[in-house]
Design a protein around this ligand. Structure first.
Ligand code: ATP
Length: 323
């Protein structure tokens, strides 16, 4: 394998740049030519490619976002779209792919591989940490730290005004950011998509706190929960109890940006080098993962038909600490 294409796809995540840098530099170290593909699958279909060298990735290690830009492509979801993408890759003599993105991006590469035989390795880059086969995805640590910083700031105003705050964090189908930031931020309750939450129980818990002279409370809500958005839950709580002065804050895209933490930079660097070495050793249709500090490679079929469950023990700890 001589020419490898690298791209980012799906939602951007802090640390993606560190992964691009690692792929480019490790590729050059192993005498490969590296081609940057802009705007994910959209740019792949349009042939938005650029040769990369060591200097193209200078000074990006510490930057959030992705220098290669990201996109979501409807066309790539169709066999015709993938054929167009493959023809562009062939035209540019690309004989291997490294894609940095979430489970959707991984699925896209898998289909391209099945239909056209192009070897690839996926690097898990998503703030949601919702991909099985790895303890951590790139961006999750930074996004959680950003959420914790915001929660700490909101706590100051909650305390000053005796308020109940509902803080919505990202995680459409995954409660990872909510649980970790909720534990770190001392939330009284954490509402996640993986669990049903009873509004009555929540109100009862808040009332118990009120009776114990707890003057402010923070509830963390993951955006994709079955119980509704933070706004909807706050409304339901208000209807059942007029005791609280309630406010809602939605952290939103704030969580995607910013300087990646050391953890995400190191993770991305390790995964980028592993992806190049993996392709060089003939691995394909796999995602790089990290397990207990070690790099592993997961076959698509082994991990993508199972959900990534939240750590039950984290939930237990959150409940013990929020009495
Ligand atoms: P994030 O976790 O940040 O949302 P993601 O990679 O899961 O990242 P998606 O929007 O789900 O983000 O997927 C990114 C792109 O991958 C899509 O826009 C689409 O082009 C492609 N893709 C997703 N699912 C499929 C699929 N089943 N078949 C082919 N391509 C797909």
């Amino acid at each position: 394998m001589n020419r490898i294409g690298v791209f980012t796809s799906g939602g951007d995540a802090p640390g993606m740049n560190a992964a691009i840098r690692a792929v480019v530099r490790a590729g050059i170290f192993y005498n490969k030519e590296i081609v940057g593909i802009y705007r994910g699958y959209e740019g792949m279909i349009e042939g938005d490619f650029e040769e990369m060298d060591v200097r193209s990735v200078a000074n990006i290690l510490q930057r959030g976002g992705t220098m290669l830009k990201s996109a979501r492509s409807k066309e790539f979801r169709t066999p015709e779209g993938r054929k167009k993408a493959f023809e562009q890759l062939k035209k540019h003599n690309i004989d291997g792919l490294i894609g940095i993105g979430g489970d959707g991006s991984f699925t896209g590469m898998h289909h391209l591989f099945l239909e056209h035989g192009l070897p690839y390795i996926c690097i898990p880059g998503t703030i949601d940490n919702d991909i099985p086969g790895t303890d951590y995805t790139i961006g999750y640590d930074t996004a959680t730290n950003t959420a914790v910083e915001a929660i700490d700031k909101i706590r100051d105003t909650a305390l000053s005004h005796n308020r109940l705050f509902f803080i919505e964090v990202m995680g459409r189908d995954s409660g990872y950011i909510a649980i970790s930031s909720g534990i770190a931020g001392g939330a009284v309750s954490i509402i996640i998509p993986e669990e049903e939450t009873s509004i009555d129980e929540l109100v009862e818990k808040l009332n118990r706190g009120g009776k114990k002279k707890k003057t402010s409370s923070l509830v963390i809500v993951a955006e994709g929960g079955k119980s509704g958005s933070a706004m909807e839950i706050a409304q339901k709580v208000k209807e059942k109890s007029s005791y609280f002065d309630t406010k809602v804050t939605i952290l939103g895209h704030l969580q995607r940006g910013g300087t990646p933490t050391y953890f995400d930079r190191v993770l991305a660097s390790k995964m980028g080098v592993a992806a190049i070495e993996g392709l060089d050793q003939g691995k394909t249709d796999v995602m790089v993962g990290i397990r207990h500090h070690d790099i592993i490679f997961n076959k698509f079929d082994d991990i993508m038909n199972q959900p990534k469950d939240i750590h039950k023990d984290d939930l237990r700890i959150a409940k013990i600490l929020s009495i």
